[in-house]
Ligand binder design. Structure first.
Ligand SMILES: [Zn+2]
Length: 169
């Protein structure tokens, strides 16, 4: 039986995940790979972080209007980050403003894990669906996107099983 987060990964990956989970070695796996959490703690810092990435790779897209960490009850993968936008009229001109919300758990996480999620949400500015163009855009912003998305899933699993080891004590 495969875990729902990993259903579309190769059998070999699923088995590795399963054994890390059963031996309770996910925490060990993470701390070895990423000893520290990032320092992007406030909404303002998150906003600046996202805007820097956008300006570097998606210059022509409208700037982010707002970014915030939000606490959700259900940490489902598809709700970890949300991107919403509203279009308003200004003297006959349409103006779109983008907002990005990031699950508060990601406030205490390795930087590459946060980056994977931010890159994902930024790519949705241009591509609504998870199609080839979408993933190409993700990889343009982060060449290791696929590996990091897998690690983002592992991070979720870590939080659900052993707990978030990056929380300050
Ligand atoms: Zn998405």
């Amino acid at each position: 039986m495969s875990h729902p987060y990993f259903g579309h990964y190769p059998e070999q990956v699923q088995q590795q995940v399963e054994s890390l989970l059963q031996q309770q070695r996910l925490g060990q796996f993470f701390i070895k790979r990423y000893p520290h959490s990032h320092d992007i703690k406030t909404d303002k810092q998150l906003y600046n972080y996202i805007e820097r990435l956008r300006q570097e790779y998606m210059k022509n897209s409208p700037r982010v209007h707002q970014a915030a960490y939000v606490k959700r009850h259900n940490m489902a993968l598809n709700a970890l980050g949300t991107h919403t936008y509203k279009t308003t009229q200004h003297g006959g001109r349409h103006k779109t403003s983008h907002q990005i919300h990031i699950e508060a758990t990601l406030r205490h996480a390795p930087e590459p894990i946060l980056r994977a999620l931010v890159v994902h949400e930024l790519a949705h500015f241009k591509e609504k669906h998870h199609n080839k163009a979408f993933y190409n855009l993700c990889q343009h912003m982060e060449p290791h996107y696929h590996q990091l998305e897998l690690e983002l899933r592992l991070f979720l699993l870590l939080c659900e099983s052993e707990g978030n080891i990056y929380l300050p004590d």
